[in-house]
Design a protein around this ligand. Structure first.
Ligand SMILES: NC(=O)C1=CN([C@@H]2O[C@H](COP(=O)(O)OP(=O)(O)OC[C@H]3O[C@@H](n4cnc5c(N)ncnc54)[C@H](O)[C@@H]3O)[C@@H](O)[C@H]2O)C=CC1
Ligand SMILES: O=C(O)[C@H]1O[C@H](OP(=O)(O)OP(=O)(O)OC[C@H]2O[C@@H](n3ccc(=O)[nH]c3=O)[C@H](O)[C@@H]2O)[C@H](O)[C@@H](O)[C@@H]1O
Length: 447
């Protein structure tokens, strides 16, 4: 079927390309002309593995194109997915981009007598699609609710695994307010033989928030337990995690009834969660609850624990070696997680800031996120030495902090850095790999 996707960030571009790869005819719309021309030239505008090949394939097949003109895209479709950003403004969701698009679509509907389904794919707080989006379209079109369709189809992909996650989702949520929109969504996702959840739009919206909020809760909970394990001493929290994880309520069960290989999903303790979504979505949910008169104590706690977690790194290092003033420290990993160049809310921003504040001589490395980090860090980025050769920097440093678990850093264990303090802030190594070094981490105190 033919569809338009508005907003070509991580969600819009990956959705557009993956839907085109399943034989749909996709027009992606973005306000940014440089994004549009790069996409039409087959050049991905975000870093995501597998994307360059897939983009080239769908362009060659004539099933994918980009434009800045929303109305042109609407001329050839009766289904539009809105996937623009929904940033946080002081902890409250900012709907201006979603509503701006809704109004533009409304103006198109005013001038055309066709039934179009407007489906929100961006993460929006429960009640947005059936109230604010509906109102924006009605006001701009001057037409009633029967003249257009409304849907909400949340996205669960992870950055760095986006293509794989879109191609093999655990389920697809088909939020809808009218049968025609449901039928169109069914057709769109017909190639996916997975569980489909058919609900109204506000339920779809809460499913998305509940999913992110519960994953974030699990991370903050294990981080708090990790901090306790370290305070008590004589416990490695990874042994605790493994013991807990064998409980099948945490561990997916395979068809033969046995536990799947241990994927410690959202139970790996570390220096806190970052990214463009967990922090913003938990804040947005908290604000919505507070507006409803609820105390939202859990969401407060999840955010409080997470805010303080990066400081564990510098606190523990300072306890081991004393004053950090003048100490040569290298931070490995600046992205909020591996396989992405995204540094939004990355724990590394706070770790580097704390190191500079304490007077350390800071070097940093990331395979692909240095430019984004520089921009996000502002003027003080000039105080950080960004290095190309991380192994040389690690050899020259007194302290090495692994802040993002890029596979590139695995050889660290073979460098034989006997006198260096190694801080594994993502539990990517086993302590035994560093028997002869000073290995420090979250959730394990060296006596
Ligand atoms: N990044 C992720 O991994 C995930 C994000 N989400 C949600 O999806 C939504 C989009 O997120 P991202 O893709 O990360 O955003 P993004 O910020 O990467 O991309 C948004 C895109 O929309 C474009 N845009 C803004 N205003 C526009 C307009 N008026 N017309 C056309 N294009 C316009 C921007 O130029 C940009 O390319 C958010 O609500 C987010 O919470 C959901 C699941 C995963
Ligand atoms: O709504 C969104 O945008 C997306 O948010 C997350 O995806 P993402 O932010 O890309 O990354 P994750 O892999 O979930 O990691 C988020 C953060 O949690 C941290 N994390 C993750 C897992 C863990 O066990 N411990 C831990 O500290 C990671 O280091 C990272 O900083 C969700 O996993 C996606 O399902 C969702 O679609």
């Amino acid at each position: 079927m033919r569809l338009a996707v508005v907003g070509t960030g991580y969600v819009g571009l990956v959705s557009g390309v993956c839907l085109a790869a399943r034989d749909h005819d996709v027009t992606c719309v973005d306000i940014n002309p440089s994004i549009v021309s790069r996409l039409n030239a087959g050049e991905p505008t975000i870093y995501e593995k597998g994307l360059p090949e897939l983009l080239e394939r769908v362009i060659q097949a004539g099933r994918f194109r980009a434009t800045t003109k929303l109305h042109e895209a609407l001329d050839t479709t009766d289904l539009v997915l809105i996937s623009v950003g929904t940033p946080s403004e002081n902890g409250v969701i900012d709907l201006r981009y979603v509503l701006g698009i809704a109004r533009e679509i409304g103006e198109y509907i005013r001038d055309h007598d066709r039934h179009i389904s407007v489906v929100v794919k961006s993460t929006v707080v429960p009640g947005t699609t059936d109230t604010a989006v509906r109102k924006a379209i009605e006001e701009a079109s001057g037409k009633g609710p029967e003249s257009f369709g409304l849907g909400m189809n949340p996205e669960f992909l992870r950055e760095g695994e986006a293509i794989e996650d879109f191609a093999y989702p655990d389920r697809i949520v088909l939020g809808h307010e009218d049968p025609q929109t449901l039928a169109r969504l069914e057709e769109l996702y017909a190639p996916w033989a997975v569980d489909k959840v058919r609900v109204n739009t506000r339920t779809a919206e809460l499913i998305k928030y509940a999913n992110n909020a519960l994953l974030a809760t699990q991370i903050s909970a294990i981080n708090e337990i990790a901090n306790l394990a370290a305070a008590l001493g004589g416990i490695d929290v990874m042994d605790v995690v493994k013991g807990v994880h064998l409980d099948k309520r945490w561990n997916p069960i395979t068809e033969n009834g046995r536990a799947a290989p241990a994927i410690l999903a959202y139970l790996v303790p570390g220096c806190g969660f970052g990214g463009s979504c967990f922090p913003k979505d938990v804040q947005a949910l908290r604000s919505q609850g507070v507006q409803q008169g609820l105390p939202m104590r859990m969401m407060n706690a999840v955010l409080d624990v997470n805010d303080l977690q990066p400081a564990q790194v510098t606190d523990i290092v300072a306890r081991e070696i004393g004053d950090l003033r003048g100490k040569r420290v290298v931070v490995l990993g600046l992205a909020f997680k591996p396989n992405t160049d995204d540094v939004r809310e990355s724990a590394s921003l706070k770790i580097v800031r704390a190191l500079l504040d304490q007077g350390a001589d800071v070097s940093a490395h990331d395979p692909i996120a240095v430019d984004h980090f520089r921009r996000a860090f502002g003027d003080d980025a000039a105080k950080v030495k960004f290095v190309e050769d991380w192994q040389a920097a690690a050899r020259a440093a007194e302290v090495v902090i692994v802040a993002t678990s890029w596979a590139d850093y695995k050889p660290l264990a073979e460098l034989g850095l006997a006198d260096t303090v190694l801080f594994d802030a993502r539990r990517m190594f086993r302590p035994a790999q560093f028997e002869s070094s000073r290995y420090l981490t979250i959730g394990r105190r060296v006596a």
